[in-house]
Write a protein that binds this ligand. Structure first.
Ligand code: PLP
Length: 379
């Protein structure tokens, strides 16, 4: 079955599967001093090195978590609490309108519980964070923490992180970059921000593992305390098999220039074929720089739910809206922020094992649906 939902979760890469199996066959707590413990520790540290290389950071600043939801929460709560404890509190959270809900909802909770002002940074019609609006917001009083993702999970639109980093540095603001969707598709540079987050299952590692990369100078208070693992910043016995899988996937995507070129060609082919058959098709974010794998398309008058179900009946897996709301189709806050009035679209996201036949099959199914629905839509 064509699987075109890599931004929701990517199939396990063979390299990651092999690393997971190796880790599962090993007995030892990475904190134990005996030989089994040392072997487990070596696996964790090898993965830490690989994740650091992927993020453009040093291994010492990588903290493994249960996924990007936890990593985003650790960054936001951890920054706010540590900054307050150090007497230099964060007084404003400036969060882009297109962040993943794990950032938006956590920012709302942090703002409410810690009496911090939450301000939403708008995006342009192309889905790019509005740097002018951010500049104006950064002129406000008090210390700010800004959250802007490296690339959006629904549209694939790449955000101007280097420019935003400069604006934040000039204003003395902290910066959180959710690099979940961008990782493995464009180069990352954790040196541009204070906090960067990653998720294993978007890279071809298992679900339930991720990482926070935190700059050495950024405030961070632990949210899970106990055994003192990971320098006391994230207690809990490390998820050895997940971490080993994440490390292997990170290594694989660091050497994937060919894969990215293939994805760009595949996405280009998909969009050209769709537009040729259905000139009315709308591709969101098409005028902005985008990740090579993602296409967010609307066929005017067709509901997202109908498109997803019709594709599923034809044996194709795609998403509507953000990955975490797959299954319960809700209006997209990302398209709403871009000023799109008809919020019904499907997201096709290709990945490491996608084939031209997958793209052709999705186009054929969408065209069939469009032809069936056209008389009704036109009426
Ligand atoms: N950030 C983005 C951009 C995502 O797409 C997701 C998952 O869909 C997350 C964060 C949360 O990641 P996880 O599933 O590892 O908690």
């Amino acid at each position: 079955m064509p699987y075109c939902d890599h931004n929701a979760t990517a199939p396990l890469r063979p390299e990651a599967r092999e690393a997971v199996m190796r880790a599962l066959s090993l007995t030892g707590n990475p904190s134990s001093v005996h030989a089994g413990g040392r072997a487990a520790r070596a696996m964790v540290e090898e993965a830490r090195e690989a994740v650091a290389r992927l993020a453009g950071a040093k291994a010492e600043v990588v903290i493994f978590t249960s996924g990007a939801t936890e990593a985003n929460a650790l960054a936001l709560w951890g920054a706010a609490e540590a900054a307050a404890d150090a007497g230099n509190p964060i007084t404003r959270l400036l969060v882009s309108a297109i962040e993943h809900k794990s950032v938006l909802k956590t920012a709302e909770a942090v703002a409410e519980h810690m009496n911090i002002r939450l301000e939403i940074v708008p995006v342009t019609a192309d889905g790019v964070v509005d740097a002018k609006a951010l500049t104006a917001l950064l002129r406000g009083e008090g210390r700010a923490l800004v959250a802007v993702m490296a690339a959006n999970n629904e549209t694939g639109v790449v955000q101007p992180v280097a420019e935003i980093s400069r604006l934040c540095r000039d204003a003395g603001a902290l910066l959180l970059v959710d690099a979940v969707t961008a990782a493995g598709k464009i180069p990352l540079d954790a040196g541009l921000c204070d906090y960067m987050t990653l998720s294993g299952h978007k890279l071809g590692a298992p679900q339930g593992v991720g990482a926070l990369i935190v700059s050495e100078t950024a405030p961070l208070a632990a949210q899970l305390v106990g055994g003192g693992q990971q320098k006391g910043l994230r207690a809990g016995t490390e998820n050895l098999s997940g971490i080993a899988g994440l490390g292997a996937a990170a290594k694989a995507v660091l050497a994937n220039d060919e894969e990215c070129a293939h994805l760009a060609a595949l996405r280009g082919h998909f969009e050209r074929a769709l537009k040729e058959a259905v000139p009315e098709a709308v591709i969101f974010g098409a005028n902005a720089p985008r990740l090579p794998n993602t296409s967010n398309v609307a066929l005017p008058g067709l509901a997202a739910e109908n498109m997803v179900i019709a594709l599923d009946l034809d044996g194709m897996m795609v998403s509507s809206g953000s990955s975490c709301s797959s299954g319960k189709i809700a209006a997209s806050h990302v398209l709403a922020a871009m000023g799109v009035s008809d919020l019904s679209s499907v997201r096709i996201s290709f990945g490491w094992n996608s084939l031209p036949d997958d793209a052709n099959a999705v186009v054929a199914s969408l065209v069939k649906l469009w032809q069936r629905a056209r008389p009704r839509v036109a009426a």
